[in-house]
Design a binder for this molecule. Structure first.
Ligand SMILES: Nc1ncnc2c1ncn2[C@@H]1O[C@H](COP(=O)(O)OP(=O)(O)OP(=O)(O)O)[C@@H](O)[C@H]1O
Ligand SMILES: [Mg+2]
Length: 163
């Protein structure tokens, strides 16, 4: 139970989206995903695949909610896409209802989650994105909590088999 970790390299936008889609397909309960990594490392690209895996209709275009902070997409589970790049303080986050989302039944995926690391529950999936070169990205997937740890353990073989 608990702690799970794996690392995977993708070689194109499509591979990152496919990986995220398979992760989304395997998610059957609300959870928190903290997405961190440099500008252009693939966080939003990942979100596009995740939305597909959660059955968000193709008519929704997934782009970074940089100005609104939160976008909500209807899927099998509600998907909340949060981007904290421009967050100025925790109060701003409280005002937009972020902490209420964490106790709801949706999947909450947060770009630049490190900006509020201390405010986040431990039971979450952390994905660290790294730029290797023009076309390759490394994704380090980790979960330490009870439910998310088990989830990541279950997802790992599914994801590694197909890449
Ligand atoms: N293997 C790959 N996976 C994902 N994106 C890739 C890959 N190879 C190249 N790219 C390029 O990297 C960029 C990723 O952009 P994306 O918006 O997903 O990054 P981001 O981490 O969300 O950045 P930001 O912090 O600015 O929101 C795109 O321009 C994409 O074409
Ligand atoms: Mg982004």
């Amino acid at each position: 139970m608990g702690e799970a970790h794996f690392r995977i390299t993708t070689r194109s936008v499509e591979e990152t989206q496919a990986l995220a889609r398979r992760m989304g397909t395997g998610i059957h309960f609300g959870c928190l995903m903290a997405l961190n990594g440099d500008l252009g490392s693939g966080k939003t690209t990942f979100m596009q695949g995740l939305a597909k895996g959660l059955d968000v209709p193709d008519t929704y275009v997934v782009t970074s909610p940089t100005f609104t902070l939160i976008n909500e997409y209807p899927g099998r589970l509600p998907l909340f896409h949060v981007d904290l790049y421009r967050i100025s303080d925790i109060e701003e986050l409280e005002n937009i209802g972020f902490f209420e989302l964490l106790s709801g039944d949706g999947v909450v995926a947060v770009e630049w989650a490190d900006r509020v690391a201390r405010e986040l529950p431990d039971d979450r999936i952390d994905i660290q994105f790294e730029v290797i070169d023009d076309v390759r990205r490394s994704l380090d997937v980790r979960a330490g909590g009870q439910t998310t740890g088990d989830l990541v353990k279950r997802l790992q073989p599914v994801i590694e088999r197909k890449i």
